[in-house]
Design a protein around this ligand. Structure first.
Ligand code: ZN
Length: 278
């Protein structure tokens, strides 16, 4: 996850009433950092305040230049939502999103005051935002469509210049591919990802991800066929020759997601932790 192109400015106005602040949490998994979006000018919705970083929370309030009335989270992973509770406490804003599911790698401090469902709308005097449920990377993942620009804030569903980890059981490869098709069918004009720069050709970006995942699936099938009775961990080097070994632990999670999908598709099965072709 290192190919994020040129370094991004920490603050940018992307369109009238659409601004982006990059949280100072750059890493191999977060690229330049988590993108926080500010929608509106006098009454503002903040999308993904990111991790709980005092300076970043202060920066969001500083740059807002108006009342922060709503805080929306795309999902409850540790690099997206832990700043929500603190920002809500400081501003009195409503918190919108889907509650964190049980399990690892979840921000348990995330508690929406308004639980969103697919298609729900936040309508204000200045803007309209629509929630789109996009499970796959996370079961409670929402993308947000900004009506005036027809841009979609995609969180970790689609990021710029890299693929995301699908980490079962909360991550689900079948749902992920379905949610990509769902996003594409909405014909967005651009995507504003949770990490990296604006994506101006959504169709090409989404098609690339789907193609990449299906090619990986082919590799998984071939690897299980040629090397039956291996565990998921033992299969990693056969499927991820292009991935540096230090990322194998994450690759194993996505490989597990592929194998679960193939099992649901009746192509593979597992006995005592070892995979084989049906
Ligand atoms: Zn995530």
């Amino acid at each position: 996850m290192t190919d994020f192109g040129p370094v991004m400015p920490a603050f940018a106005e992307l369109a009238d009433g659409v601004r982006r602040i990059v949280a100072p949490n750059p890493s191999m998994m977060t690229g330049p950092g988590t993108n926080t979006y500010l929608i509106g000018k006098s009454e503002i919705a903040v999308i993904d305040p990111g991790p709980l970083l005092t300076d970043h929370i202060a920066d969001i309030r500083d740059k807002a230049g108006g009342d922060i009335r709503w805080i929306l989270a795309t999902h409850s992973h540790p690099d997206h939502s832990p700043g929500v509770a603190r920002l809500a406490e400081l501003t009195g804003a409503d918190v919108l999103g889907m509650p964190a599911p049980n399990g690892e790698h979840q921000d348990k401090s995330f508690h929406p005051t308004r639980v969103l469902s697919d298609g729900d709308i936040l309508e204000t005097d200045e803007f309209v935002i629509q929630a789109i449920h996009t499970p796959g990377h996370a079961s409670n993942h929402l993308c947000y469509r900004h009506a005036a620009t027809n841009w979609i804030m995609t969180g970790d569903h689609v990021i710029d210049g890299a693929t995301v980890v699908i980490d079962p059981p909360d991550g689900n490869m079948t749902h992920y591919l379905e949610s990509l098709q769902k996003l594409k069918a909405l014909r967005p004009a651009a995507l504003l990802p949770g990490h990296g720069a604006r994506i101006d050709d959504p169709d090409a970006a989404i098609d690339w991800i789907i193609q990449h995942r299906l090619e990986r699936e082919e590799k998984v099938l071939a690897a299980v066929k040629e090397n039956p009775h291996l565990t998921t961990r033992e299969l990693v080097p056969y499927v991820y020759q292009d991935v540096p070994e230090k990322l194998f632990a994450w690759a194993e999670r996505s490989l597990q997601a592929h194998l679960i999908k193939l099992e649901a598709d009746l192509s593979t099965t597992m006995e005592t932790g070892r995979w084989k072709i049906i």
